[in-house]
Design a protein around this ligand. Structure first.
Ligand code: R5P
Length: 284
């Protein structure tokens, strides 16, 4: 049985379809003080799979309560799929006095389950913080289904060295073009600088590729760095389309011709599902 977290209804349904499992009905109510109560209205049996992106503290709490409700209902084999693992970018204490935020998050999720599957965490190493077996799957190649099939001499371009593997994988899935990366320096949450490399996007379609688009600052600066190179079209792709605040508008104003993400986060640009990738991981 697939049990959907509040943030992952669409992906949970796609996964239920892809694996031939039933989807549980979950009722959510609030106590007068605002605390959440979840009730799983279906009989789960011995095994269950919770699917819940932790895009907020509330979503994280929803996930923990679902896990506990399933244990209470007698589930002895519990898999937790966290399509987007929140706090994963805080994988280091960047300054004195700060936590490694992903560590307590992973410990809490791991305590309620037998195994964890997550999708393109910011760094694969974060899964070591789960104290149960954990797998990170790579879904970037799924984006090929969203891209126009007629891209002109496509250049798959990562905004920084850390994402160059993603650009190379998407290029390989597309089957044509080349991949390269820019150089990014982050000065603060919202201020980044992207310096061009020798990658020549002139008269080509450029596909920018990253794991996450959050404020859009990285993609906007990547587009600016391409300005003098007169690309045909510029498309922005990512696994996790967080697109907070006015990020979509910023990308549009910067001249991006299309934004594509996956359903690890439910957003109008979530053009492809990672359900087949997760279904494969469940079968392994
Ligand atoms: C960070 O290194 C990630 O790979 C992304 O580049 C980053 O999270 C994007 O954030 P933003 O859209 O706020 O620039």
């Amino acid at each position: 049985m697939i049990v959907p977290g509040v943030t992952s209804q669409v992906l949970a349904a796609a996964l239920a379809d892809a694996t031939g499992r039933d989807m549980a009905a979950v009722d959510r109510t609030r106590f007068p003080d605002g605390e959440l109560l979840v009730e799983i209205e279906s009989t789960p049996g011995d095994a269950a799979i919770v699917v819940a992106s932790t895009t907020s503290s509330e979503a994280h709490m929803d996930l923990l309560l679902l896990q506990d409700a399933l244990r209470e209902a007698g589930v002895s084999d519990l898999t937790t799929v966290v399509p987007y693992l929140g706090y994963a970018r805080q994988d280091t204490a960047f300054e004195a006095g700060q936590p490694v935020s992903v560590r307590p998050v992973a410990r809490a999720i791991g305590a309620g389950t037998d195994r964890v599957i997550t999708v393109n965490p910011h760094e694969d190493e974060v899964i070591e913080h789960f104290e149960v077996p954990a797998t990170a799957v790579d879904a970037i190649g799924r984006l090929v289904d969203a891209l126009p099939s007629d891209l002109t001499d496509p250049l798959f371009l990562a905004p920084d060295g850390a994402a160059r593997g993603l650009a190379a994988t998407l290029r390989e899935s597309y089957g044509r073009g080349t991949s390269d990366h820019l150089e990014k320096t982050r000065h603060s949450e919202r201020r980044v600088e992207v310096a061009p490399t020798d990658a020549d996007g002139a008269d080509r379609d450029v596909v920018l590729v990253d794991d996450i688009i959050s404020t859009g600052s990285t993609m906007v600066e990547a587009v600016r760095s391409l300005r003098d190179r007169t690309p045909e079209r510029i498309l922005a792709t990512c696994v996790h389309p967080l697109l907070v605040e006015d990020a979509y508008g910023r990308l549009s104003r910067a001249g991006v011709d299309g934004v594509y993400g996956t359903d690890t986060i439910e957003h109008p640009v979530s053009a492809v599902s990672v359900a087949p990738t997760i279904a494969d991981a469940l079968d392994r």
